[in-house]
Design a protein around this ligand. Structure first.
Ligand SMILES: *Cc1c(COP(=O)(O)O)cnc(C)c1O
Length: 494
């Protein structure tokens, strides 16, 4: 167990319960007459005279937030085995390049002549992603993976409407990430579920039946959300293309095969890549991130604007193109994230990227090998970057996946992804991610094995975990039904 003692931290408002007058600033005495707010503002905009701001000093503020930060878990602290999320270490050199003044201090409205270096960086990252995916075009604009999905599906919709063949349906496998059906609906399509075969990949028979001229596209995750490679991907692409549909690949987890396989050769028409999962940029609560989309020849004309174009050694921005789906966000995306991603790609090089994917797969298989005696594997197909167990063995002792996750906190590890994908009941989806040391992966496996043993010998211990954290088990039902996210003055001292 890797804990150090941590005190529970009171709320900001509770730090000074007697409300002794303290303040964290020193301003000179006001040398103009004070203004009554009601005289200059409409009455409904004037707040209660006492907004109940906490009275605390500067050092208390710093210590409060520092202590809160210590309650958190982070990629810089240890293994963060969230399957599908790929929580990997963000190398410090990425931060150094992103802070170079020539990148950090420029403005998107500067004349292009002054930002040639930045445009060149965008162009070079585009070239790198085209090489890594074997696809002829890319946009770096989307702010996250889900936003990339929307961008890709809108390009497909544009290609179909340009062809005079608008369609209605997008096929989404039952194992898919929830963002896939959400994207399809958001783009105006009906998301129709397609079943998985026994090995967890797409059921070709089902696809044959469903693939007709109402289907705009199929959205496939590679490797899929069970961490299994769609080994019939080329056949799937052929069936879909022959009937006029498009192949959308969810490439969020490109860290599983970058440098080893080319989505372009699999038949992809559009694929988003999460820079935060594969190329070591920070995850950011949906942003500021980047989810570039690579495209096939068929979608090239519909890429968003502005686009960076190169003429000789000069770079320009193309703002207008009638065939484009238009801008997906302001300017050219989250530029400093792009700087970090190119830094990572350049520091690893082609051989390093191959090793990255190899290690991602190796670690997932190390976990699979060590844990499959203790935890049940519903799908036995070979694992890529992640492995999905379920809690059926532990459930015999009334211990469920949530209990296992809570007990892991006592062992000092962040839990894996839980209860997802939906086709695995009681799922524990583990992705060590390639950036940690092998000893860390082994230590995580040791903890998981110890918990499996506890589940048999002392299930109560697991069911009541966590025991060693500043906050014990929370009432999840109450948290969902009676959620309080705002402190009100009435609660003061209650
Ligand atoms: C993470 C992920 C997404 C969504 O990416 P965001 O950047 O979080 O929007 C979509 N599909 C898969 C398979 C993912 O793992």
């Amino acid at each position: 167990m890797r804990h150090r003692a941590i005190r529970p931290e009171p709320l900001f408002f509770e730090l000074n319960p007697r409300r002794v007058r303290r303040q964290g600033y020193m301003l000179p005495t006001l040398d103009v007459p004070p203004v009554e707010p009601a005289r200059v503002l409409p009455a409904n905009l004037v707040r209660d005279p006492d907004p109940h701001f906490p009275d605390i000093g500067e050092m208390e503020v710093v210590q409060h937030f520092h202590r809160l930060s210590q309650l958190n878990y982070a990629v810089d602290e240890g293994l963060y085995p969230l399957g599908s999320c790929t929580m990997k270490y963000n190398p410090r050199i990425n931060e150094q390049t992103a802070r170079l003044p020539g990148f950090a201090s420029i403005h998107p409205l500067q004349p292009v002549a002054q930002i040639q270096g930045a445009l060149r960086l965008i162009w070079e990252l585009e070239e790198a992603l085209k090489t890594i995916t074997g696809m002829p075009g890319v946009t770096l604009q989307p702010a996250a993976g889900a936003h990339g999905e929307l961008t890709g599906i809108l390009m497909i919709r544009k290609a179909l409407s340009t062809r005079g063949d608008p369609r209605e349906v997008v096929l989404v496998p039952d194992s898919a990430h929830g963002t896939n059906p959400a994207t399809a609906s958001f783009a105006g399509y009906r998301a129709v579920e397609i079943a998985s075969a026994d090995d967890g990949t797409i059921d070709l028979g089902a696809l044959e039946k469903m693939m007709d001229d109402t289907v705009a596209a199929i959205m496939l995750t590679v490797p899929n959300t069970l961490g299994v490679f769609e080994h019939r991907i080329v056949e799937i692409s052929k069936i879909v293309h022959d009937r006029g549909g498009f192949i959308y690949l969810d490439g969020a987890n490109l860290n599983a095969f970058a440098g080893r396989a080319l989505p372009g050769l699999m038949g992809a028409d559009a694929m988003h890549i999460n820079l935060h999962k594969t190329f070591s940029t920070p995850h950011g609560g949906g942003g500021p991130g980047a989810g570039p989309v690579t495209v096939s020849e068929a979608l090239l004309p519909h890429l968003p604007v502005p686009r960076v174009v190169r003429t000789g050694d000069d770079y320009e921005l193309l703002w207008e193109d009638p065939e484009s789906i238009g801008p997906m966000r302001g300017f050219y995306g989250n530029f400093l994230i792009l700087v970090r991603a190119l830094t990572y790609i350049r520091s690893l090089g082609a051989e390093g990227l191959r090793t990255m994917s190899d290690v991602a797969v190796l670690y997932a298989n190390l976990v699979r090998h060590r844990l499959s005696g203790a935890y049940h594997l519903k799908y036995d197909a070979p694992s890529m970057h992640e492995v999905v167990f379920d809690d059926s063995r532990q459930a015999r002792h009334e211990v469920h996946n949530t209990d296992i996750a809570k007990r892991l906190l006592d062992y000092g590890f962040h839990p894996p992804t839980m209860s997802f994908p939906l086709i695995v009941h009681g799922a524990l989806m583990i992705e060590p991610a390639e950036s940690v040391a092998p000893e860390e992966v082994e230590a995580f496996c040791d903890a998981m094995l110890a918990i499996a043993k506890e589940a048999e010998e002392n299930p109560e211990l697991v069911k009541t975990a966590p025991h060693d954290t500043p906050v014990g088990r929370v009432d999840e039902v109450r948290a969902a039904r009676d959620l309080k996210v705002r402190w009100m003055p009435e609660d003061d001292g209650a």
